[in-house]
Design a protein around this ligand. Sequence first.
Ligand code: 5GP
Ligand code: ZN
Length: 136
Amino acid sequence: MRDDNCIFCKIASGEIPSNTIFEDEDFRIILDAAPATKGHALIIPKEHYKDLYEIDENVAAKAFGLAKKMITPMTEALGADGFNVLQNNKEVAGQTVFHFHMHLIPRYEGKDKILTWGHEEFSDEEMKKICESLKQ
Ligand code: 5GP
Ligand code: ZN
């Protein structure tokens, strides 16, 4: 399925040119146009899925498999020291393009800050309640 108004559908199909570092039947991996660091890439499925809520489970598994395959050669080619693999779902979580994608962000020692977030406090009782509410 494809969404004619979606920029990543157009990039994934090749209709809009991109700096592609990998392509197969189901995915295209491109360089991010506004990279967080040198070599920041995006794994984009060719099918349109809005986010992790909607993506087919097998496609999601394949995306993570591709992340696994890519980071070693990318680390070597870039002289990177580590990688963040991250994936945003919905606006509140920072998603800006509503076609599922996974970020591969190379990290360089001494060059940039580690991604970080604040910390909320919960009592032991609250943590137990949260844990109970989340058990599957
Ligand atoms: P999100 O915030 O949705 O997780 O990430 C969207 C990413 O897509 C951003 O890092 C942004 O720089 C990148 N991006 C948005 N539009 C384009 C584009 O047209 N081409 C490329 N290569 N990257 C894009
Ligand atoms: Zn799309």
